[in-house]
Design a protein around this ligand. Structure first.
Ligand code: SAM
Length: 236
């Protein structure tokens, strides 16, 4: 199955055993991927379902439902203070490859970016493409950007970490234990770091400050390192 091309579809495109392809998908399959009628590909709904499908023109025939096991055993939500420029694109792409379940962009005291409304659509597209390429069965959810304070109170999860570049905090790798919790939240700050007030508020909201090592990582690198540490710890 490894060589087959994959495309993401919406559930509304399914009709009995057929996939009604959009004009864009038809173009992509036949012009970009050069598939012919009768060729097979994989359709995924981004919510855990994969199907082996056969191209028939404007439609595709579903041949069988596939089982994929590429998801992490723990659901990770990343709360990321938006980095400047297009840095968040890289965070979405890499963290999707690493298995993140949800990314919550936040506006912190030192966030320099004010994202346009079109950005969310762009990030969702990047997540969808990255999920396809890394053969994930789920496309991560990208939430609307909200203030850091609003984000702090929106996760009921028990294991919550806030990455802080300075201070003598325990390393995430030592603190993280995956025996009990099925979901965790990790927050990373912007270029200028978190303010003292933000760290205090996070602690009050149940976040544990953690280190990612002795070097200061860029705002774009920190979430990728945090994800790598957790996935290394919980996957064998
Ligand atoms: N300007 C800040 C300073 O000098 O302390 C550094 C901010 S760093 C570029 C951006 C964010 O990445 C931080 O807020 C933190 O969340 C995370 N980060 C970077 N290096 C880290 C480290 N070694 N341990 C924990 N978090 C780190």
């Amino acid at each position: 199955m490894a060589q087959l091309q994959r495309i993401a579809i919406a559930l509304s495109q399914l009709q009995q055993n057929q996939i009604l392809l959009t004009a864009q998908q038809q173009h992509y399959l036949s012009r970009v991927l050069r598939l012919q009628k009768g060729d097979r590909f994989i359709a995924m709904d981004g919510m855990g379902k994969w199907w082996l499908a056969q191209l028939k023109g404007e439609e595709a025939q579903i041949l069988e439902t596939l089982t994929v096991e590429t998801e992490l055993p723990v659901s990770i939500t990343l709360m990321v203070a938006l980095p400047k420029g297009n840095g968040f694109d890289e965070v979405v792409r890499c963290c999707t490859e690493l298995g993140v379940a949800c990314i919550a962009p936040v506006l912190s005291d030192r966030t320099l970016l004010n994202p346009s409304p079109q950005k969310l659509e762009r990030w969702q597209r990047i997540a969808s493409e990255a999920a396809e390429q890394s053969e994930r069965s789920f496309v991560p959810t990208i939430l609307e950007p909200v203030s850091f304070d609003a984000a702090l109170s929106s996760f009921a999860t028990q294991q919550k970490y806030i990455c802080e570049a300075r201070g003598n905090y325990p390393h995430l790798k030592i603190l993280y234990h995956n025996q009990r919790e099925m979901s965790i939240v990790i927050a990373t700050g912007p270029e200028g770091g978190w303010t003292e007030n933000e760290i205090d508020n996070a602690i009050k909201a149940g976040f544990q400050p953690v280190s990612l090592g002795r070097r200061i990582l860029r705002a774009v690198t920190a979430p990728i390192v945090a994800l790598s540490l957790i996935s290394a710890a919980c996957e064998v």
